[in-house]
Design a protein around this ligand. Structure first.
Ligand code: UD1
Length: 429
């Protein structure tokens, strides 16, 4: 049965909320575990369905996986010999499955990973992953909907320059290069904190890596890695969500476990717009000092880290929809990532899309209505918008939100919001 959130407008979110491990790191760290035979443990894992899907994918490769969602712990017992196929049904459900490509080809000399729906080499999505593995000596082709990479005689170090600092491609190439013979230099890599987290785990397994977090990573290949125990870094996108939720509802939230350094640009935008932003002993706090005054609208252009994250773009739209003044939101990473706009318009937001720009004109109050989530972040942003709408807002497609936010409605209620999960009775398939 599909579910929806019933969000009562008019709430000012006040209090503290904790963030746990980052989804976008946790899933890749599970793939990292494939690189070493034996028992690897991950802690601070988020309680989200994506971890279950990744666990199932690893099981089908022969790994014994134990996931205690309540404790946030995943234990993986990796055998000496692994399968090499990631099926379409799992890859379709979880695009991050593609991160088993690098580890499998490095350890087993072969990987067949289904091409996620909507992607094709040469257009969108996997060309940089493929080119990187080819540079390391793998043969890569697509057959019957699968990306097949083979390296029967092992991988060898190479100099690689990414055309674009893709997060996923950086991760796959890094996870393959650690077991390649000799030195690999990867230039123009993604600098996201999640890359630093993955590199940190690999180093604790015996890998030799320099430069993670900068634009150039240098890897000295080793023969084998050993299992490890690793704590997942805090989720900066969840932390940023709460920062925007505080600003949009003119509230006051301490994000416990949030790392302000990982949100440099977004927090600076909020501070410049008139919000109070401070580091605390346990994380950071975002507050609107005068709840009667609307904070100012601000321009946003998404960019690879350390730029403004594309995953926070829907929250910038929700914020600007009720902020004072007009602003421009520009999406530079993904095409067609503006589905939030049409739903915000249903709530009375005044916005126009022009190519990869959205012009926003803030209104004092939105107007509650039924809306539809199209992905994790747009869904959560619509809930935040519902909090600043007159009346109530029904946000359907809660399963999207559940993929990124463990117990989202419980966190919102603890901050004073009136949000309920209910069956989506009006949904016709
Ligand atoms: C990751 C995050 C996602 C975030 C994104 C950008 C996970 C599970 N997901 O996605 O939440 O929004 O980073 O910060 O970690 N591209 C190519 N060819 C490639 C690879 C990418 O053209 O081989 C393009 C993509 O189509 C996209 C852009 O590069 O337009 C960014 O993609 P990338 O950085 O790879 O994002 P993901 O790793 O997929």
């Amino acid at each position: 049965m599909r579910e929806r959130f019933r969000v009562v407008g008019g709430a000012r979110l006040v209090g503290e909320v904790a963030v746990v491990g980052a989804k976008n790191s946790a899933l890749k760290l599970m793939a990292v575990a494939l690189l070493a035979q034996g028992r690897t443990t991950l802690t601070n894992m988020p309680a989200i369905v994506d971890v279950r899907i990744m666990a199932e994918l690893l099981r089908r490769l022969g790994v014994v996986v134990d996931y205690d969602a309540e404790a946030g712990v995943v234990v993986m017992d990796v055998p000496a010999s692994l399968g090499h196929r990631a099926d379409y049904e799992l890859v379709r459900a979880l695009r991050a499955s593609i991160s088993v490509l690098g580890p499998l080809v490095a350890r087993m000399g072969e990987a067949d990973v289904a091409v996620p729906g909507g992607d094709a080499i040469g257009s969108r999505g996997l060309d940089l992953h493929a080119a990187g593995l080819e540079a390391l000596g793998a043969e890569v082709h697509v057959a019957h909907g699968y990306l097949v990479a083979t390296a029967p005689h092992g991988l060898r170090g190479a100099e690689i320059r990414l055309e674009f600092p893709s997060v996923g491609a950086t991760e796959n190439i890094l996870m393959a290069a650690v077991l390649a013979r000799g030195r690999t230099i990867i230039d123009n890599v993604a600098r996201e904190p999640e890359i630093v987290d993955i590199a940190g785990m690999l180093v604790s397994m015996g890998a030799r890596i320099d430069g993670a977090g900068s634009g150039r990573i240098v890897v000295e290949g080793v023969d084998a890695l050993r299992p490890t125990e690793h704590r997942v870094l805090p989720d900066r996108i969840a932390a940023g969500t709460w920062a925007f939720a505080a600003a949009t509802t003119r509230g006051d939230i301490e994000v416990v476990g949030g790392v302000a350094e990982h949100l440099g640009v977004p927090l600076r935008c909020l501070a410049d717009a008139g919000c109070h932003v401070e580091r605390t002993a346990r994380g950071f706090r975002v507050a609107v000092p005068d709840e009667a005054a609307r904070p100012a609208a601000f321009d946003v252009a998404t960019l690879p880290y350390p730029g403004f994250p594309t995953d926070l773009q829907p929250f910038a739209l929700a914020y600007n929809s009720v902020a004072e003044g007009s602003a421009m939101v520009t999406e530079n990473l993904f095409e067609a990532r503006f589905r939030t706009v049409q739903e915000l318009a249903r709530l009375g937001a005044d916005m126009q899309v022009d190519g990869h720009h959205v012009m926003t004109h803030g209104v004092p109050l939105l107007s509650g209505a039924p809306v539809e989530s199209s992905d994790i972040r747009s869904g959560a942003a619509l809930v935040v918008a519902g909090l600043v709408a007159d009346g109530y807002t029904l946000v359907s497609g809660v399963h999207h939100i559940d993929r990124g936010y463990p117990r989202f409605e419980a966190s919102l209620r603890s901050l004073g919001a009136d949000v309920k999960r209910e069956p989506d009775e009006d949904w016709y398939e």
